[in-house]
Design a protein around this ligand. Sequence first.
Ligand SMILES: *[C@@H]1O[C@H](CO)[C@@H](O)[C@H](O)[C@H]1NC(C)=O
Length: 198
Amino acid sequence: MLSTLVFVLFVVPLALSSETVSVRPRSSSSFPIYFGYGSNLLKERLERSVKATRMGIGKIKDYRLDFDYFSKRWNGSVATIVPDSEREVWVAIWRIPKGGFKKIDKQEGVAENVYKRFKVNVEMPDGNTINGYTYMLTKNPDRYIPLNQLPNARQPSKSYMDVIVKGAEESGLPTFYQDMLKSVSHNDYDGQVHYELS
Ligand SMILES: *[C@@H]1O[C@H](CO)[C@@H](O)[C@H](O)[C@H]1NC(C)=O
């Protein structure tokens, strides 16, 4: 009886706490993690201005990729993710040095209420889960339309999709997902866009 009590009071909590510590990713507190699924799959945007470091790839479960909100900069709709229990979104995992999120927030129009930043879990190909930040439009589309059948008002520009497809290839996202990105309907605009972070 006493030994059972000792086991429950001391041994069980010890075992639980040591397991929790070893599983938790240690880097995330000192260097926050960012998940890019749109134009921030591409390194030239993030490496130069924010000094981000690639940490691999993974997927956000129970979300889907979608497009909405007309962006003047891209001349078309921009990417977002929407809660959706039937789908998942592949991302590039970046480690962001101190202060980097200020720049990304600015680029994503957080102060103007275009995107909001939130925390989410990503499952990596080795099965481990990592917690970090990503963004979604504050006003997400409420209706799912297959991305290869998007109506004109929701279509991204070809220039924007070219950046995403290039970034997906550079990140090493799965081939089936790259193919899906290539099939997204776009509005044919393939003129110059300025996509560097300021
Ligand atoms: C934006 O794209 C449309 C085609 O969808 C094109 O007609 C228009 O000229 C483009 N606007 C700018 C500012 O480049």
